[in-house]
Design a protein around this ligand. Structure first.
Ligand SMILES: Cc1cc2nc3c(=O)[nH]c(=O)nc-3n(C[C@H](O)[C@H](O)[C@H](O)COP(=O)(O)O)c2cc1C
Length: 406
């Protein structure tokens, strides 16, 4: 029997490798890379190396489970699918595939404002725990209208992203010719021509059915396809005049749990709670916005100290292994989000690929939990971690001097 490429996949890096061979370089790098010199992307990954795991032994872990509560509701594991407006360009109807895989794994899925699938389609075709990520337009009424649409469709949680008020400097997209609106040039034409499988199975299928994908959740007046010129200056959902007043306004409009994504400063965490947030996400947008921003894993402990007892603290950035997630949980996060990991899965093999990504992360987390001598994630704490700062200085006074020995 023919083997599926997924049979060869042991970890998220394997899914990434398969995604890389399927996707044009411009699309792959749009997902993989960050802004300017990619320092924040690399530091996010490196931050996990700073912590070593300290197991305890001879604990009965035969009944171990990842089951937990996220924002007061049961979840199979402390994992949430982060909003990424890219699944629809790596796989035909990729956002539906992501949402279905999240529902099958019994974890929340977050739909991005910048997604290519409508809120209503996701709610109809992939009912599960649905969260919506909101970007704000300068004309606030457009965003408030969208929030009402999300509410009407029955989404559970609203996540407002606050770290993208100024457009990031993603030079690699400019270099690769993968910007919006998409304009063919020699470079991206050659890149796409070398990936005919992607061209026919993703873009070709859209063109043969619903047409060039559009930002389905933008207000009708602003909806544009990936190749169309923007319909005016306010087409992009970004505003540099966002303030805490905007959060207070959203609190009035939105009736379910409200969480703020993109916090790195403890005082901002405190302000988010004071202004009505039910939770925060410690995040630097996967290193895609502000280069040199602090790795969220390093920002986490101070934030937990300040608001951890009062609110749900989630975290994302750089998670590629179950052990990464376990480290964040041990530092006090209630759950973690993953962005690129499921995107590599969907790019490699659609819904089955995302399911594989989530299964891998779950299996890895459960294994590490057991190896640490813990049965539930609530038993994790900082004592499960060790950092180089804990190396005891040498006590040189106890070392006999050479003279004394001789
Ligand atoms: C291709 C891509 C698109 C993204 N789009 C959004 C978005 O529309 N809204 C948002 O709040 N975050 C967005 N993010 C950031 C993710 O939600 C998340 O914070 C980040 O990917 C976590 O880091 P990780 O990819 O290392 O797991 C995006 C990330 C990627 C990789």
């Amino acid at each position: 029997m023919a083997k599926s490429p997924l049979d060869l996949v042991l970890n998220i890096a394997d899914l990434r490798a398969q995604a890389r061979s399927r996707l044009p370089k411009g699309v792959f790098e749009f997902i993989e890379r960050g802004s300017e010199d990619d320092v924040a992307v690399h530091n996010n990954r490196a931050s996990f190396d700073a912590y070593r795991l300290r197991p305890t032994v001879l604990q009965d872990v035969s009944q171990r489970t990842l089951a937990t509560q996220i924002l007061g509701k049961a979840s199979a594991m402390p994992l949430v699918m982060a909003p990424t407006g890219a699944a629809g360009i790596v796989w035909h109807d990729g956002e539906i595939a992501m949402a279905k895989a999240a529902a099958a794994a019994n974890i929340p899925f977050t739909l991005s404002t910048a997604s290519l699938t409508s809120i209503e389609r996701i709610a109809a075709e992939a009912p599960g725990r649905l969260w919506f990520q909101l970007y704000m337009w300068p004309d606030r009424s457009m965003s408030h209208e969208l929030v009402r649409r999300v509410q009407k469709a029955g989404f559970e949680t609203l996540m407002v992203t606050v770290d993208t008020t100024v457009a990031p400097n993603r030079e690699c997209n400019v270099r690769n010719g993968f910007m919006l609106p998409f304009r063919p040039n020699r470079r991206n034409f050659v890149d796409i021509a070398m990936h005919p499988r992607w061209l026919t199975s993703v873009i070709g299928r859209y063109l043969a059915t619903t047409g060039m994908p559009r930002f389905e959740n933008y207000p009708e007046a602003l909806q544009q396809s990936l190749t169309a010129a923007p319909k005016g200056r306010s087409a992009l959902p970004k505003t540099d005049s966002l303030t805490w007043e905007d959060l207070r306004m959203l609190r009035k409009i939105w009736h379910g749990p409200l969480i703020v994504k993109g916090i790195l400063h403890p005082e901002d965490a405190r302000a988010a709670v004071q202004n009505g947030a039910d939770g925060i996400i410690v995040s630097n947008h996967g290193g895609r916005n502000l280069d040199y921003s602090i790795p969220p894993l390093f920002a986490l402990p101070e934030i937990i100290d300040l608001v951890g007892a009062r609110t749900q603290v989630l975290m994302d950035g750089g998670i590629m292994r179950g052990s990464d997630a376990i480290k964040a949980l041990a530092l006090g996060a209630n759950a973690v989000l993953v962005g690129r990991a499921p995107l590599w899965g969907v790019a490699a093999a659609g819904q089955a690929g995302v399911q594989r990504a989530l299964a891998i992360l779950g299996e890895e987390m459960l294994r590490v939990l057991g190896q640490l001598g813990r049965s539930t994630v609530s038993e994790l704490g900082p004592d499960a971690l060790w950092t180089a700062s804990q190396i005891k200085p040498l006590n040189t006074s106890k070392v006999p001097s050479l003279r004394a020995v001789s």
